[in-house]
Design a protein around this ligand. Structure first.
Ligand SMILES: Cc1cc2nc3c(=O)[nH]c(=O)nc-3n(C[C@H](O)[C@H](O)[C@H](O)COP(=O)(O)O)c2cc1C
Length: 374
């Protein structure tokens, strides 16, 4: 009844609070003999790390990962590899400032998890939000780095495609640009605009929402299962499980409501490589809950940060009307740092389904099938 675990065969359990000693995860089910050392994980944590620009929280966390278990030096290669036993990753919290939260100890921030935690558990870790803090997501990002190594040839990339009402120009999409700006935006011009826009939001003591798109390439056809194990359902659950995420779309998502059957169904021809070639990808790479072999495309929307400087009406835990202003260090647009987190969740779900496919089906007969004789 504790719900800190997700995945079936690639199984991730995260632990830790924002202002505790550390956060981390146990990854169980990772196959043995996969090369893995902390350098495979650290770059992804560095991408999520706070305090890298004026557009994210100024909490200073080095987010250095330690691997406590599940790896061994391989005699033949000298490389560190997974053993098949649980891999435990730990990331110390070093820059907690619990006193920043003393003013809101007994008050509920509108939009945050303060009220619901209190009403459910009868107490809450007010220091930084406890498990409701984005610190927990560092552990998912670390697990995602391992997941990427489980599915050979898979690439998972994410980008911020909308901030507030402002969308990027998709014609300008450049994946290299994502690494060059503070917003993980794939459109250089939009990134320049976002800088001025978010400066205004930040200086006003406010916050704003965003949309993130994650694309997974190199995912084989056949992952996922009908009905209760649909790949799209598991991706949606994984992405919705990220703090502050309020909606998920696969492929064209909600926009399919305005499409006709002709516009929506992705037509198929045979490619020169003997594999099917879809002429479009409205489905986002998933049909019937099963991957088509096309890129998997998921989008998720992240709400504006609840901790803002604007005075807000609320109540305290003793049932008295009150007002709250949240000071301290907060992200003005949570969506920015959600990009590597979304990538990690997609990678974990796909690694899990890859292992499930191997477990149930193994090697399916090669497609296209031989036509019946005669
Ligand atoms: C990367 C990231 C950073 C976040 N930073 C903050 C923050 O600085 N201040 C805040 O109030 N909420 C922040 N949040 C959002 C809260 O964690 C989240 O709103 C809270 O857990 C309530 O859950 P819900 O939004 O899913 O309802 C952040 C979330 C993410 C994913």
């Amino acid at each position: 009844m504790s719900f800190n675990t997700f995945g079936h065969l690639f199984r991730v359990t995260t632990f830790g609070e924002s202002h505790g000693v550390a956060v981390g995860c146990v990854v169980d089910g990772c196959p043995p003999r996969i090369p893995l050392d902390r350098n495979d994980i650290q770059p992804y944590l560095d991408k999520r790390r706070p305090g890298q620009s004026r557009f994210t929280t100024q909490r200073r966390e080095p987010d250095e990962v330690r691997i406590l278990s599940g790896v061994l030096e391989d005699d033949s290669t000298g490389a560190q590899v997974t053993t098949g036993t649980p891999i435990t990753l730990v990331i110390d919290n070093v820059d907690q400032r619990s006193k920043d939260y003393s003013d809101i100890k007994n008050l509920y921030r509108p939009g945050h998890a303060d009220f619901t935690y209190d009403v459910k558990y009868g107490l809450r870790d007010y220091r930084g939000g406890g498990r409701a803090s984005a610190r927990e997501t560092a552990a998912r990002v670390a697990a995602g780095a391992i997941a990427r190594k489980v599915l050979p040839g898979m690439t998972v990339r994410g980008a911020l495609v909308q901030m507030g009402p402002h969308k990027i120009d998709r014609a300008q999409w450049d994946w290299d640009e994502v690494e060059r700006n503070a917003f993980f935006a794939p459109d250089a011009q939009a990134a320049g605009f976002f800088a001025d826009y978010l400066d205004g939001v930040r200086k006003a003591g406010s916050s704003i929402g965003a949309v993130i798109e994650v694309v997974a390439e190199g995912v084989p056809a056949g992952l996922g299962a009908p009905v209760y194990g649909k790949l799209d359902a598991d991706l949606a659950a994984g992405l919705m499980g990220i703090n502050a995420v309020k909606g998920v779309e696969i492929g064209d998502g909600f926009a399919v409501a305005a499409l006709s059957g002709e516009e929506n169904g992705d037509e198929i021809r045979m490619g020169n490589d003997g594999r099917p070639r879809f002429l479009s990808n409205h489905a986002g790479g998933i049909l019937g809950g099963i991957s088509t072999g096309q890129p998997i495309v998921a989008r998720f929307v992240v709400k504006p940060t609840s901790s803002i400087l604007t005075p807000r009406r609320t109540v305290d835990r003793y049932g008295r009307d009150s007002e709250i202003v949240t000071k301290g260090r907060h992200d003005p647009c949570v969506g920015i740092r959600a990009v590597p987190i979304g990538e990690a969740m997609v990678a974990c779900v796909l690694a899990d389904h890859y292992l499930r496919q191997r477990g149930q089906i193994g090697d399916a007969p090669a497609w296209p099938f031989a036509p019946p004789a005669g």
